[in-house]
Design a protein around this ligand. Structure first.
Ligand code: GDP
Ligand code: GDP
Length: 436
């Protein structure tokens, strides 16, 4: 399971700036006004082989009057699900009574707390830290989120505090079944699909809104194939959860995508494609997962509506044109065989082993066909390739001046490899290395 780290602190101390740096996301909001109520943001921080969910909790003022009750509740919820709490304070404001209030709240959770003293740029770090020494927290570090300084230290302090997967749970996970996460916005039809696939209602009954700690893994056998469905919100929804809990399922969604090999994104054909759908696809790609897009509620749509829908999908999902689109009715059970076939195909593409000589031969052919544009009179050279991992298929390419290779050329190579090795349904990662 992807562990969760919550960023907590007064408004305006730099939480969303830090969030953006940790998750490298560009679309989270950074406002310069204190007290603005904001949604929480979720993202994934990746560091080498390890990653964790980062939650930006928004403002928590720490004094009882004046706290937006919902915000406070959301923060408590984040605290309750996080394994590590990063308490962000502002070196320029110094220690304020509200900080003490927040720290007391955090301490009640009994979870490890790291104090991140932000905005130390241009200040004397030791002085800045001294002011917060009275917290008595062993892990206190200086930070400048805006200048991306100290964030590596923060990650280095955080990682050892997070639970690591035991060998036993890895074995349990890798049982030879195809791990599938079914994700999508509320009401897309996730629980209807899961129930359809399972052919019974046992899942719904076990739903306890947002409280289950471990993801629900449901074994499924169909047409001789074994799957493990990793639940997201699909199981939980029936209790008609209130807003906070509904939003909170974002964490579960991120976790289940990380735990899966194949992500099925469900879209309601009767709704316009929303930004959230694209964000979910973005996360699935960041995670390197194979992807199948299930367009649900295809029943009862007339020819005109179907055509409109297909056009919109073609236009907006062109960046993942390798992902199979399957039109289904979870309610009536139509299209499910095709859906599961697409899942199997995406899975085998994502886990297909390709040898170094084949990769190098294909690289040579791609390079002959079209060479990367010159950089100051020199062309980047690509020499040989070897496999670097599966799910997603990763191709390591050795050469020189590879950092000058433009995104368009990278895409050209991706497509070339994709076609040559029929890697339908999975993203491909290309890892350029200079030298040797
Ligand atoms: P949040 O309300 O805690 O999420 O705070 P924001 O991330 O929105 O930041 C509040 C303000 O502090 C913004 O104007 C940021 O540009 C600024 N800020 C954030 N981090 C730093 C930093 O490391 N140094 C300085 N000087 N300013 C920062
Ligand atoms: P979830 O929030 O993604 O788990 O969505 P649900 O499975 O709870 O479905 C939301 C609503 O859409 C329910 O009223 C379902 O009966 C309805 N629904 C789900 N699948 C279909 C479908 O294929 N066709 C139609 N017409 N309605 C569907």
């Amino acid at each position: 399971m992807l562990p969760v780290v919550a960023l907590v602190g007064r408004p305006n101390v730099g939480k969303s700036t830090l969030f953006n740096v940790l998750t490298r996301s560009r679309d989270a909001l950074v406002a310069d006004m204190p007290g603005v109520t904001r949604d929480r943001h979720y993202g994934v921080c990746r560091s080498g082989e390890r990653s964790f969910v980062v939650v930006d909790t928004g403002g928590l003022s720490g004094v009882d009057e004046g706290i937006d009750a919902l915000t406070a509740q959301q923060v408590r919820l984040a605290i309750s699900e996080a394994q590590v709490l990063v308490f962000v304070v502002d070196a320029r404001d110094g220690l304020l009574p509200q900080d003490i209030g927040i720290l007391n709240e955090l301490r009640r959770s009994g979870k490890p707390i790291i104090a991140a003293v932000n905005k130390t740029d241009g200040l004397d770090e030791q002085n800045a830290l001294a002011e917060f020494a009275s917290f008595g927290l062993a892990a206190t570090l200086p930070l400048s989120a805006a200048h991306n300084r100290g964030t590596d230290d923060l990650i280095a302090l955080t990682l050892p505090l997070l639970p690591v997967e035991t060998e036993e749970s890895v074995e349990q996970r890798e049982d030879g079944s195809i791990r599938v996460a079914i994700v999508g916005r509320p009401n897309a039809g996730k629980s209807t699909l899961i129930n359809r696939l399972l052919g019974e209602d046992r899942l719904i009954v076990s739903s306890v809104a947002g409280t289950t700690r471990d993801p629900i893994r449901v074994p499924l056998e169909r047409d001789g194939k074994r799957y493990t469905l990793i639940d997201t919100a699909g199981v939980r929804r029936r209790a008609r959860v209130e807003e906070a809990v509904e939003k909170f399922s974002v964490i579960k969604t991120l976790q289940s995508m990380a735990a899966a090999q194949v992500v099925v994104l469900m879209i309601d054909a009767r709704e316009n494609l929303a930004d959230q759908d694209l964000t979910l696809i973005g996360h699935a790609l960041d995670e390197g997962r194979a992807l199948v897009i299930a367009i649900n509620k295809w029943d009862g749509m007339d020819a005109y509506q179907r055509e409109q829908c297909q056009r919109a999908l073609e236009r907006r999902l062109s960046f993942v044109e390798w992902a199979k689109q399957v039109f289904i009715s979870a309610l009536h059970g139509s299209g499910l065989r095709e859906l599961m076939r697409a899942v199997v195909r995406a899975h085998s593409a994502a886990t297909k082993e390709i040898g170094s000589s084949e990769l190098t031969k294909t690289l040579e052919r791609a390079y002959e066909g079209y060479q990367p544009p010159l950089v100051r009179g020199h062309a980047p050279k690509l020499r040989f390739a070897h496999p670097g991992g599966l799910n997603p298929p990763t191709i390591v390419i050795h050469g020189s001046r590879t950092k000058h290779i433009a995104p368009a050329y990278r895409r050209y190579l991706e497509n070339f490899f994709r076609q040559r090795f029929k890697l339908e349904g999975t993203p491909i990662r290309i890892d350029f290395r200079d030298g040797e």
